[in-house]
Design a binder for this molecule. Structure first.
Ligand code: ATP
Ligand code: MG
Length: 364
C-alpha cells in the first residue's frame, strides 16, 4: 500500500510539484500499527492533480482535496492551505492554497498527525511529532484552546486518538477541553456517533470512557448513562446501555439489535428457547451485561439441537401429505409447535419421531 503511495508521490513530483504522505499513516507506521487509509499533501491544486491522473480521480472535490484511486487503494490528496475562518466551530468556510508545507502543518490538529514521509520513504518531522510519539502524548499544534474553538470535532478526535493509541492527553489539552467542551453540542449527532463508535470499538474503550467522564463530556454528549456502563465488550452492547436510541442516529438493524438485547436482559439467558430465538450475538451481549459467563452461553447455544427452522428434517409439504390435508395456516401452527419441542429437547429432530408426534397430536 505504501509503495503505491510513494509511486504516486513520485509521479506528482515528476510534474514539478512536491508531495508527502502525512497524518495517520505516518503516525501509525512509526508506531508499527496497521493503518487503513493514506493521506497525501501537496502544493498541486486538485485540478492539477486531476490533470496528472485523468482517469483515476473521483469526481467530487471538497475543501481542496481530491481522491485518487490506484490499484483499488483510495488516496486522499489535500492541497497545502491556510484556513482563514470557520463556521459554527466546525467547517472551515474560507481557506487559501499556499506553497508551504510548514504552514500547512500548522493548520492541522495534533502534533502526532503532522509527521510526513517523502517519496524516498524519509521521515520529515518539522514540528517534532516523534517526540510526542515517544512520550505517548497528544498535544495540539499551537494554542489548544484556539484549536478546539475553531473546530470542536477536534475535542472528540483527541479522545479518539488517545483511546485507540493508548496515549495520554497533555494537561494543556485537558484544560482546554474542559474550557471548550460545550461546543461539541454544535456537532451533528452523526459526527458524534462516528467518533464515539471508534472509541467504543477500541480495545482501550474503558480508558476512552474514563477520559470522556473525567472531562465532563458525557453531559455535553447527552450520554447520561455513560458512568453506569457495566460491560464494554461490544459496540452495540455499549449503545444499548446508553439508551439514546432516539437521540443518536441508528439504522433499523441497529435499533432492532438494541431492542432485542433489552428484551433478553429481562429473560433467562440459559433458556434454550431464548438462545434459539435471539441468537448467539444478542444473547452474548446480554449475558455479559448481566455478568454471566459468555462461555457458558456459547456452550449452551452450540448444544441446541437446531439453530433455525431450516434444520427441521420435515417441511410443510411433508406434513400436508402426512395429514392428507391441503396446505394452509394450520401448517404454521404445527411447525411452530414441533420447532419448540425440538429446541427444548422434548422431541428428536428425526423424521419418524416427528411424524409420529404429528399424527398423535394433529390427526383428525
Ligand atoms: P485516521 O485516518 O487513522 O483516522 P488521521 O490522523 O489520518 O487518522 P484523518 O481524518 O484521515 O485522520 O485526517 C488526515 C489528517 O488531516 C490528520 O492526520 C490531520 O493532520 C488532518 N486533520 C484531519 N481532521 C482535522 C481537523 N478536524 N482539524 C485539523 N486537522 C485535521
Ligand atoms: Mg487518515
Amino acid at each position: 500500500m505504501h509503495d503505491i503511495a510513494l509511486k504516486l508521490i513520485k509521479k506528482i513530483e515528476e510534474n514539478g510539484y512536491v508531495a508527502y504522505i502525512v497524518g495517520g499513516f505516518v503516525r501509525d507506521y512509526l508506531l508499527k500499527i496497521p493503518s487503513s487509509d493514506i493521506d497525501i499533501c501537496t502544493n498541486a491544486t486538485p485540478s492539477q492533480i486531476r490533470t496528472i491522473f485523468p482517469h483515476s480521480c473521483l469526481p467530487n472535490e471538497a475543501y481542496g482535496s481530491i481522491t485518487v484511486i490506484l490499484k483499488n487503494v483510495h488516496f486522499e490528496i489535500t492541497t497545502f492551505r491556510r484556513e482563514i475562518s470557520y463556521m459554527n466551530n466546525r467547517k472551515p468556510i474560507e481557506f487559501e492554497y499556499i506553497n508551504d508545507l510548514y504552514e500547512d502543518l500548522k493548520r492541522r490538529d495534533f502534533v502526532i498527525n503532522t509527521i510526513c514521509m517523502d517519496k524516498d520513504g524519509n521521515i520529515i518531522d518539522l514540528l517534532n511529532g516523534q517526540k510526542d510519539l515517544k512520550k505517548r502524548e497528544i498535544n495540539t499544534v499551537g494554542d489548544s484552546y484556539h484549536k478546539f474553538l475553531e473546530d470542536s470535532l477536534r475535542i472528540l478526535r483527541a479522545i479518539r486518538f488517545a483511546t485507540i493509541l493508548n496515549f495520554s492527553l497533555s494537561e494543556d489539552v485537558k484544560e482546554s477541553i474542559r474550557n471548550t467542551k460545550q461546543l461539541v453540542r454544535n456537532l451533528s449527532y452523526h459526527r458524534k456517533k462516528e467518533e464515539l463508535n471508534k472509541i467504543f470499538a477500541s480495545i482501550n474503550v474503558r480508558y476512552g470512557i474514563k477520559l470522556l467522564l473525567e472531562l465532563g463530556l458525557d453531559q455535553e454528549l447527552e450520554l447520561n448513562n455513560l458512568k453506569n456502563i457495566k460491560n464494554f465488550d461490544d459496540l452495540m452492547g455499549i449503545w444499548t446501555q446508553l439508551n439514546v436510541d432516539s437521540l443518536y442516529p441508528f439504522t433499523k438493524n441497529e435499533k432492532e439489535i438494541m431492542k432485542q438485547i433489552r428484551t433478553v436482559l429481562n429473560l433467562d439467558n440459559l433458556d434454550p428457547l431464548v438462545l434459539y430465538r435471539y441468537g448467539l450475538y444478542v444473547n452474548s451481549i446480554a449475558a455479559s451485561i448481566k455478568n454471566i459467563d459468555k462461555k457458558i452461553v456459547t456452550q449452551k447455544y452450540n448444544a441446541l439441537p437446531i439453530k433455525s427452522k431450516n434444520e427441521i428434517v420435515i417441511n410443510g409439504k411433508d406434513i400436508s401429505k402426512l395429514l392428507d390435508k391441503k396446505p394452509g395456516l394450520f401448517l404454521k401452527e404445527i411447525i411452530n409447535d414441533i420447532e419448540e419441542k425440538i429446541v427444548t429437547n422434548q422431541l428428536l429432530n428425526e423424521k419418524s419421531k416427528i411424524e409420529n408426534y404429528i399424527l398423535e397430536h394433529y390427526h383428525e
